[in-house]
Design a protein around this ligand. Structure first.
Ligand code: PEP
Length: 246
């Protein structure tokens, strides 16, 4: 299985930020892992043109479950694909919180993504209150059951474990806590989609940076990272890409 370093730019970046992309592409012409950036939708086309013939893949941060229609401000998976995307993040905790996205909606988005030919990166993760209450595995199990499409296959599904309290805070779970959750996700996926689960990349996300990437990547069942803040600078994201192998 090829590991995956995925960057989520969130609502950051204008055309000026594409200089970072050029630097990343130049510094990592043939990385050992897959390298993906998910910029704001306004930059997908630009970034995909820059990334043509390079090792960089481009993805969206969200998609609508429908292919087209009267949904002002939304973007469909087909449109992302048309703009040059190969992946899309669905169910990021910021969307679950800011836009009230339910597991059922996230699942519908993942189904739309896969039918448009995209890889769906389905995000799950507990809040701090849920962890403190000892509910981490129950919460993640429920999110997986509700958000991962039935019949999902490894080629078009990635799961990102992102503890909500670790996103953008500089805090991370212990390596043992990450190992526990990733082993649980692998087992729960196996119960849901059978042998395909063995090939699904499981990403850890939440305050991954150059200084902690290598130790996190050494945790069993961690097949890469979903990176927010540290994906905005080529040097930082490049160091994380390098930590996934040479
Ligand atoms: C994210 O938003 O997916 C994320 C992991 O952010 P950060 O790396 O900044 O914590």
């Amino acid at each position: 299985m090829k590991k995956l370093a995925a960057g989520n730019w969130k609502m950051n970046g204008t055309a000026a930020a594409l200089a970072e992309v050029q630097a990343l592409i130049a510094a990592h012409p043939a990385p050992a892992c897959e390298m993906l950036l998910c910029p704001p939708a306004t930059l997908i086309g630009h970034m995909a043109s820059l990334a043509k013939d390079s090792a960089l893949c481009v993805g969206g941060q969200d998609c609508h479950p429908k292919a087209s229609g009267a949904h002002t401000g939304d973007i469909s998976a087909i449109m992302l694909k048309d703009a040059g995307a190969s992946h899309v993040i669905v169910g990021h905790s910021e969307r679950r919180t800011d836009h009230g996205e339910t597991d059922a909606l996230v699942q519908a988005k993942a189904v739309a993504a896969v039918s448009a030919g995209l890889v769906a990166i389905v995000c799950v993760g507990e809040t701090e209150a849920e962890r403190d209450a000892g509910r981490t595995l129950a919460v993640i199990g429920g999110q997986l059951d509700g958000s991962v499409p039935a019949g999902a296959v490894a080629a078009s599904l990635v799961v990102a474990y992102e503890p909500v309290w670790a996103i953008g805070t500089g805090r991370t779970p212990t390596l043992a806590e990450i190992a526990e959750v990733h082993a649980f996700i692998r087992a729960r996926l196996t119960a849901r989609i059978g042998v395909e689960a063995a090939g699904v990349r499981l990403l850890y996300g939440g305050s991954v940076k150059p200084s902690n990437a290598a130790e996190i990547f050494a945790v069993p069942d961690v097949d890469g990272a979903l990176v927010g803040g540290a994906s905005l600078k080529a040097a930082d994201f490049g160091a994380i890409v390098a930590a996934l192998g040479t």
